[in-house]
Design a protein around this ligand. Structure first.
Ligand SMILES: Nc1nc2c(ncn2[C@@H]2O[C@H](COP(=O)(O)OP(=O)(O)OP(=O)(O)O)[C@@H](O)[C@H]2O)c(=O)[nH]1
Ligand SMILES: [Mg+2]
Length: 347
């Protein structure tokens, strides 16, 4: 799957409408007083996280977003109508960053989350509101407050539930191909995968998203190999599936190398739950599988599952462990998303 994971856009909230200059005109009243109403508020720029979007690709074509301006006030003290808010729909997992990418301004993690990013300008005052004891027929009025504008980056971190990690050639892409609809490239050379891939696993009436990312090697945190820049995509995973190549030179050392790079990345990836699998078990006899699993279990201090993405051996057990580690998704109730959360306290 090809996805675009960042886009730069320009947003501008609506200017407030101008206040009106108007005087009352009635048949038998000479010198009717001022009655110009205020202008309407400009529209807000609002972001909303919606289901069903997986990429920021639409933002490649539309980069400028301007909310409507407020309407002008009118005579008889009528306030102008407000400009319509502009709601920008983004995929769940989108972050709004400042133009220099230094600050995360907003972070959308749930379907239905909706936040005002830029408020529209207030409407200008109508001449009625300038009436005073000394100026009974003001012609003054406000022109409307300007909206706000900004360039921001949208960045989408894929919301995978499970992330595949391992050295190059550990068999990550072969695994994702065998358990999902993904068609990841497989090759017997390092760095076959150069960009993350996502797939949806259906297992035991549950669905979850798994991400395949390029292999990590020693020094990835300092840029070696393809580096660690794709680890951001698995920052929000609930569980990591760590594949260790049983056919490699030293499985325990391979495991340790990848763990060290996860630690060096610095986003607390190392404290995520981890399922460890000794992959390509089809190449080993039972005795060797057991010996290597034991070695790896000692290194990791955790259970090690034998697996073969190629033959399907052990796949069910691995998926069971992943499902166990993934919380069912909670979505904001479509009808209740405007309600204030009810405070609850034990009596
Ligand atoms: N025998 C056997 N070979 C496997 C298995 N899984 C993967 N391979 C082979 O191992 C090589 C690497 O597989 P990939 O799936 O491309 O490995 P990867 O971890 O995605 O590699 P990178 O994308 O380079 O990090 C390929 O030649 C695969 O055919 C397995 O379970 N058994
Ligand atoms: Mg790969």
């Amino acid at each position: 799957m090809h996805f675009l994971d960042q886009a730069k856009i320009y947003v501008r909230s609506g200017t407030g409408g101008p206040g009106a200059v108007s005087f009352r005109r009635e048949k038998y009243i000479e010198y009717g007083g001022p009655d110009g109403g205020d202008g309407g508020k400009g529209g807000d720029i609002v972001f909303e996280a919606v289901a069903g979007l997986n990429t920021l690709i639409d933002f490649r074509y539309t980069q400028h977003f301007r909310a409507q301006r407020g309407k002008g006030g009118a005579g008889a003290n009528r306030t102008g109508g407000g400009g319509n808010d502009l709601v920008i729909k983004v995929p769940v997992g989108t972050q709004v960053l400042s133009e220099d990418k230094e600050h995360v301004l907003m972070d959308f993690t749930k379907v239905g989350e909706r936040k005002v990013f830029l408020r529209g300008g207030d409407g200008g005052r109508g001449n009625l509101s300038y009436k005073s004891s000394t100026n009974r027929a003001p012609r003054q009025h406000g022109t409307g407050w300007p909206g706000e504008e900004a360039w921001v980056w949208l960045r989408l971190k894929l919301l995978a539930d499970a992330g595949l990690v391992g050295l190059p050639n550990a068999g990550k892409s072969t695994f994702i191909n065998s358990v999902t609809n993904a068609k990841a490239k497989v090759g017997d050379y390092a760095f076959t995968t150069t960009r993350p891939q996502l797939g949806v696993v259906r297992h035991k009436n549950r669905e979850f998203v798994i991400a395949d990312i390029p292999g990590l090697i020693e020094g990835a945190a300092d840029g070696a190999g393809i580096g660690d820049r794709f680890l951001g995509h698995i920052e929000r995973c609930q569980v990591l599936l760590h594949l260790v190549d049983a056919h490699g030179d030293d499985p325990a050392a391979a495991y340790r190398t990848v763990r060290n790079e996860l630690i060096a990345y610095g986003a607390d990836l190392e404290s995520k739950r981890e399922v460890i699998a000794l992959n390509k078990a089809d190449l080993l006899d039972e005795e060797l599988t057991e010996a290597l699993s034991a070695e790896l279990a000692e290194e990791s201090g955790a259970e090690v599952l034998p697996l073969s993405g190629a033959t399907g051996q052990g796949v069910e057990a691995v998926l069971d462990r992943l499902i166990d580690a993934i919380e069912p998704v909670s979505e904001i109730d479509e009808n209740g998303d405007d309600e204030e959360p009810v405070e609850w306290s034990p009596v």
